[in-house]
Design a protein around this ligand. Structure first.
Ligand SMILES: [Zn+2]
Length: 445
């Protein structure tokens, strides 16, 4: 009996094992295709003035084919063993080059994406490997053929001969959010708002004109930022950023310039520069364009460029002095490191970390329009001081203005940067109507 029992026990044991094994095989067969398939779990669209970027988030690296079809113009992307797990209809379409997007299943587990594009649009695509904060990504850049009409910079102001051009660079953008605050405020959003406010103040100043390196939510490569600054003939470059650290209480602004070769290394500044220079990897550049150290070494040996470094230092000090009036300062002196975005050494170039977005209280302020304008105003004032000291800008207001045909009180007040009410008060006027030839005393702005 005992033997029988053991035997039957053994049999049931074996049976159970067999059942287990067959179940495992079944599970394996059932699971295998799912494991091998890549899923597209998000899709984003960034519209830049000169191209449109489509980014697919992937669960793993993928094999794909990209080809074009004409009449109508289409770009087709076949992704092998891939499943669409996101809703493409959430994209804000049409945009200037991409009209619509659709997808379907092909045989062999291929997901086909069809992009309906405008005529003459050329595609470029590349895969980005997974990083600490980003999944595997497939990037598709769509560039219109006729780029003649595309202006890289947006400005309402006409450049007058002799205007000082100032490049304002909003850090990060598009795929690269920059630092993210505890309440999910993005550095890229704050930097763009401050950059726009600063550009507005510059444009309002007679004799000065701003150019914005980035005008919307899209990514610009660090090297291209410098190229654009040079192409516009800018006399100064101001790059706006907001920093983040793990200690939530840290706050205050700091100003950075490029380090000279042989300067004492500053670990904090070097770490920050490494973080800012990594922007290209997050924002997405073609792997072959990646440079492990985006800094151009030899540039520092050029003595002709030295003046730019000295001017940067002088300008950085002016900004800190001005910011100090209304805002907390983290480092009282300018700091130096190898920032790729500051390599236009022939002109004063500074990078301003306006505050710490990692501090919840500062994050809340950085989101506020009045606060953004305040920071912009401080940077603008130091810019004005800088060029006035060099004798390049005349900010003195003439005492008397003679009214010419077609002029209004509003126009005159705007021209001299004073208020209409202050002109009225100073001239004991009750009404805004002016007569030709009338001499108006002007308040000092
Ligand atoms: Zn930054």
């Amino acid at each position: 009996m005992l033997l029988m029992k053991t035997y039957s026990g053994l049999t049931s044991c074996l049976q159970a094992l067999q059942a287990c094994l067959s179940l495992l095989v079944c599970v394996m067969i059932w699971v295998q295709p799912a494991q091998a398939a890549t899923s597209i779990h998000d899709i984003r669209l960034w519209t830049a003035p000169d191209h449109t970027r489509l980014v697919l988030d992937l669960s793993q690296a993928v094999e794909y084919n990209l080809f074009r079809l004409h009449n109508p113009e289409r770009i087709v992307i076949d992704l092998k063993k891939t499943r669409m797990k996101t809703d493409v209809s959430k994209l804000n379409l049409p945009d200037p080059v991409l009209l619509s997007i659709r997808h379907g299943k092909q045989k062999g587990g291929v997901t086909r994406l069809v992009l309906d594009v405008k005529k003459g649009v050329s595609p470029r695509s590349f895969l980005l490997k997974k990083t600490k904060d980003n999944p595997h990504r497939l990037v598709i850049d769509l560039t219109p053929k006729n780029k003649k009409n595309i202006k890289p910079f947006k400005s309402n102001k006409q450049v007058k001969h002799g205007d000082i051009i100032i490049a304002v660079d909003a850090g990060h953008g598009g795929e690269d959010p920059g630092a993210i605050g505890p309440n999910k405020v993005y550095e890229k959003t704050v930097t763009l708002a401050i950059a726009k406010a600063l550009a507005k103040l510059i444009d309002e100043q007679p004799g000065m004109k701003a150019v914005l390196v980035r005008t919307g939510d899209y990514f610009v490569k660090l090297r291209d930022r410098v190229k654009k600054v040079r192409a516009e003939g800018a006399s100064m470059m101001i790059s706006i950023h907001a920093d983040a650290v793990t200690q939530r209480h840290v706050k205050g602004a700091s100003v950075y310039t490029l380090s000279e070769s042989g300067a004492t290394p500053d670990r904090v500044a070097a770490a920050l520069a490494a973080k800012e220079n990594a922007s290209d990897l997050v924002g997405g550049v073609m792997p072959k364009e990646e440079v492990s150290d985006p800094f151009i070494r030899n540039i520092l040996g050029d003595m002709a460029k030295r003046d730019g470094l000295d001017s940067s230092e002088m300008f950085a000090n002016l900004i800190l002095k001005q910011l100090k009036h209304d805002f907390p300062i983290k480092y009282a002196k300018p700091k130096h490191a190898r920032f790729a975005v500051l390599t236009a050494l022939e002109i004063p170039s500074v990078l301003v970390e306006v505050d710490y977005i990692s501090n919840p209280e500062r994050e809340r302020l950085l989101k506020r329009k009045s606060h953004q304008k305040g920071i912009a105003k401080a940077i603008f004032t130091s810019t004005k001081t800088y060029f006035t000291r060099l004798g390049m800008l005349d900010t003195s207001v003439p005492q008397i203005h003679t009214v010419h045909r077609g002029e209004s009180l509003w126009g005159i007040a705007k021209k001299y940067g004073v208020s209409m009410s202050s002109i009225l008060k100073l001239n004991n006027l009750k009404q805004q109507a002016l007569r030709i030839g009338q001499r108006l005393r002007l308040p000092q702005s």
